[in-house]
Design a protein. Structure first.
Lengths: 175, 663
């Protein structure tokens, strides 16, 4: 091959990869927990602190677990998306109020609306550690057997919900 | 109104850039001097228009005009003025405007200092720069307009990322961009030469000072970025092999190779094709760096603003500019010829070897940076490539390069002889070896790497001394001072830059070998010892800054019972973005830095505290500044000043034109 063409050929290959790279999301970190049973927990509920929220009660259902906090900026972007999803009734969303203060969390839900079927409180962040939460918001899709099927790091957007979450939930519900 | 003027100025600048990119290059191709003459005024007009746009954005920031989306997104009414102005390049859109602005500054400089160039060459150079500018202006006007309005206006801005609220941030990006974009001049020279088919020594002579200036800026820019990471991120590290750091380091490696390769083309007419390729590479890597930083294909601690749509634009732009120039290279370079022949053992041979090592180093940094992306694209899993890879690849490549750096300047052009070199260098080698082996024992800790680092540093200094001594023997002058003064500045420049590398190596070696760090929990009044220094924690106080509140710790540092200094590290909270920032306190010194940063409050006023003792760390940046100083000395050389004086209006215009025809 003509050696003067070599730099160009290398460059073409690099551009090809960069092009593919653009379609990928480097922040999409595979969770070792995907495909494994969701960690057990039993946490007090936000509205009724006497009651307990535990994933065992949800066996046989497909549901979303959403880690959020009133101090979190990404959660503000995500909130309307969750509200729409909740209104559509396609899948129940359970919240986990992560390292937050109760008063502020309640105000937040009062102001922005409450998309959650139920909200648990994870004040110390223990549940977050067991789930491998990098930072809020994070959302997990959990199937009927209590196995984590998908993990979203960062805010959900309408596109992800329509293209990933809903089809996955539908598929899981048929199982 | 003012932002609209800025916006309009950018649109006009795009029109001018199109004219500048098309007419002069076409004119040069068909030999139409009327079309060629467009280049100079067009470049100057473009400079003024982009300057206007830049001024308008600066005004919007100074005026706290939160009806401009970009201003509202990156500043705040509480933000002090100097940071509001630095916020111009605090995010994506403004960074691009700065990029373009600096490109037009370089263009303007070319119009000023190109009187001695043939008209066709100058037109092509400015034309190529105009085309690069078209890409950036188009990018701004289509997907990243800094003047986009926010209606209704925000009541308050979202504030500048607190990480960037730092004096280093004010100056680091402009420096870095001066370097990045500066390589566009060498690039334009190379493309112009390929277009014109005249790759001669004169071409290299013109490119050299431009390349050196850009290289100096880039060196300083990278050093400042590294210094900023050192004191602002609070981890005490100075280089993380982060994709964004690599993005600035790759053009530096290519640029360093280019500076040396240009020297050979200038002095001996050799390496022509290689030099052209390096010039294309240096600028391409600058563009690639911009792409990597701006598109978000790689995760990085620096990923401030990313958007895939923009990524696509830059990728297409990249493909056109780099692909086009490499295609031009493949087409035209074979006709250029290789220049004079030389023996492998000669100054050319050693410079070539050094060049190959530098490019190999650049290639391995590129590979390490893009490897995670390659694997991900091939669906082979997600990995990250970290310092272990880079350290283990980089050191073995740099050791021979630095060894050659000592010999190269002493070798004859064309053909050198081993016995002769060995005779001249035996003392330098002996001194380096003995002191490198014994010095670590004196310092109290012998490791192979420590010895190796010192060996390289001392080798550079001793061989430089040998070179200078031989040089002095050959210049005229009676007294030593007179002879020192008659050594050309370009030679001094080389010596100084090389010694800068030595200083840098000493810094890296000593920090790696002798740094100590401690993570401790400290109660008020408690002490901790690190190195010979005792730190006493006197508790924290709440302080209020212009746009943050902070807990400020007080640490009394003493050595042998005598107080050395008092350090005030801070933990700042910026309420607008609700961000916590660690502001480390550093007592810098020629021989060591003391570094304290506050971790987390524990209870009863106790804090987790991180203490570092970092010997010689300032030599790392000092070395970089010395390198840049060497570059500055080299371009202040007499022949450049003469060339500059020659084109002063003392020569009447007609003769100048006549001379040009002869040239």
């Amino acid at each position: 091959m003509n050696r003067f063409l070599l730099p160009l050929s290398i460059f073409v290959v690099v551009v090809g990869f960069l092009g593919i790279g653009l379609t990928l999301n480097p922040r999409e970190i595979p969770s070792p927990l995907v495909g494994k049973a969701a960690p057990e927990f039993s946490q007090p509920q936000l509205y009724d602190q006497e009651k307990i929220f535990s994933p065992n009660d949800l066996k046989g259902k497909v549901w979303l677990l959403n880690f959020w906090a009133s101090w979190c900026n990404g959660c503000k972007t995500e909130h309307p998306v969750l509200m729409d999803l909740a209104k559509s009734g396609q899948v129940p969303i359970y919240g986990m109020d992560y390292k937050d203060q109760r008063e502020e969390a309640l105000t937040w839900l009062q102001r922005g609306g409450n998309p959650y079927s139920l909200v648990g409180v994870d004040e110390a962040g223990r549940v977050g550690i067991n789930f491998g939460v990098y930072g809020v918001p994070e959302t997990y899709v959990i199937d009927k057997q209590g196995v984590i099927r998908y993990k979203q790091i960062g805010p959900l957007d309408p596109d992800t919900v329509a293209k990933k979450i809903i089809p996955l939930v539908k598929q899981l519900e048929l199982q | 109104m003012i932002p609209e003027i800025g916006h309009f100025a950018l649109i006009l600048a795009l029109c001018v850039a199109l004219v500048q990119g098309i007419l002069p290059i076409y004119g040069a191709a068909v030999g139409n001097s009327g079309l060629m003459a467009v280049a100079k005024p067009a470049a100057r007009t473009q400079f003024l228009l982009v300057l206007t746009a830049f001024g308008c954005l600066a005004y919007a920031f100074a005026d706290k005009d939160f009806s401009v989306l970009y201003v509202a997104a990156t500043s705040n009414s509480q933000l002090p003025l100097h940071y509001r102005l630095a916020a111009i390049w605090g995010a994506h859109e403004g960074s691009l405007l700065l990029w373009t602005f600096i490109l037009t500054i370089w263009m303007f400089a070319v119009t000023l200092f190109s009187g001695h160039l043939p008209e066709a060459t100058r037109s092509r150079i400015l034309g190529v720069m105009g085309l690069v500018s078209v890409g950036f202006l188009l990018f701004m006007l289509t997907v990243s307009n800094p003047f986009e309005r926010l209606i209704p206006a925000a009541a308050e801005g979202r504030d500048l990322n607190p990480l960037l609220q730092d004096p280093g941030m004010v100056i680091h990006p402009p420096m870095l961009y001066m370097g990045y974009v500066g390589f566009s001049v060498a690039f334009a020279f190379a493309i112009a030469a390929l277009l014109g088919g005249n790759l001669d020594a004169a071409w290299a002579r013109w490119s050299r000072p431009w390349t050196t200036v850009a290289w100096c800026f880039l060196t300083v820019g990278i050093a400042m970025g590294s210094g900023w990471a050192y004191y602002e991120l609070g981890w005490g590290g100075w280089w993380f092999w982060d994709p964004v750091e690599n993005a600035s380091f790759m053009p530096w490696l290519a640029g360093t190779a280019l500076v040396h390769s240009l020297a050979v083309t200038d002095k001996r007419g050799g390496f022509k094709v290689w030099t052209v390729l390096l010039a294309i590479m240096a600028f391409s890597l600058s563009l690639l760096g911009t792409f990597l930083v701006r598109s978000g294909v790689l995760t990085s601690v620096h990923a401030f603003a990313t958007d895939p749509k923009r990524g696509l634009f830059i990728l297409v732009f990249l493909a056109i500019v780099i692909g086009g120039s490499l295609a031009l290279y493949a087409w035209r370079a074979p006709k250029v010829g290789l220049g004079g022949s030389f023996a492998m053992l000669s100054r050319e041979g050693m410079l070539l070897a050094n060049n190959v090592l530098l490019v190999a180093a650049m290639g391995s940094v590129l590979l390490g940076t893009l490897y995670p992306l390659f694997l991900d694209a091939l669906d082979l899993g997600k990995i990250s490539v970290g310092p272990p890879y880079f350290d283990s690849v980089f050191v073995p490549l740099m050791v021979p390069a630095i060894f050659l750096m000592g010999i190269g300047p002493l070798a004859q052009w064309k053909k050198a002889s081993v016995p002769d070199l060995a005779k001249r260098l035996k003392w330098a080698f002996g001194v380096s070896l003995v002191s490198a082996l014994t010095l670590p024992f004196v310092l109290g800790n012998w490791t192979p790497l420590l010895s190796l680092g010192l060996l390289l540093a001392i080798w550079i200094v001793t061989t430089s001394a040998v070179g200078l001594r031989e040089r002095l023997a050959h210049v005229n002058g009676n007294s030593l001072v007179e002879r020192l003064a008659s050594v050309p500045r370009s030679y001094w420049g080389m010596l100084v830059a090389h010694c800068g590398i030595a200083v840098f190596i000493v810094g890296v070696t000593m920090v790696k070998g002798f740094e100590t760090e401690k993570d401790v929990r400290m109660n008020v009044g408690e002490t901790a010892t690190i190195g010979d220094y005792m730190f006493r924690f006197d508790g924290t106080q709440d302080v209020v800054g212009p746009n943050y509140t902070a807990a400020r710790g007080t640490f009394h540092v003493s050595r042998d019972g005598r107080e050395t200094t008092v350090l005030y590290p801070e933990k700042r909270r910026y309420p607008v973005q609700n961000q916590i920032m660690t502001e480390a306190a550093i007592d810098p010194g020629l021989l060591r830095d003391l570094y304290v940063s506050l971790g987390e409050p524990i209870d009863d006023g106790a804090w987790s505290v991180r203490l570092y003792h970092k010997p010689f760390i300032d030599w790392i940046w000092g070395g970089c500044f010395i390198m840049a100083l060497g570059g500055a000395l080299a371009i202040s050389d007499r022949r450049y000043r003469l060339a500059w004086r020659k084109q002063e209006p003392a020569v009447p215009a007609p003769t100048r034109a006549a001379r040009r025809k002869v040239a």
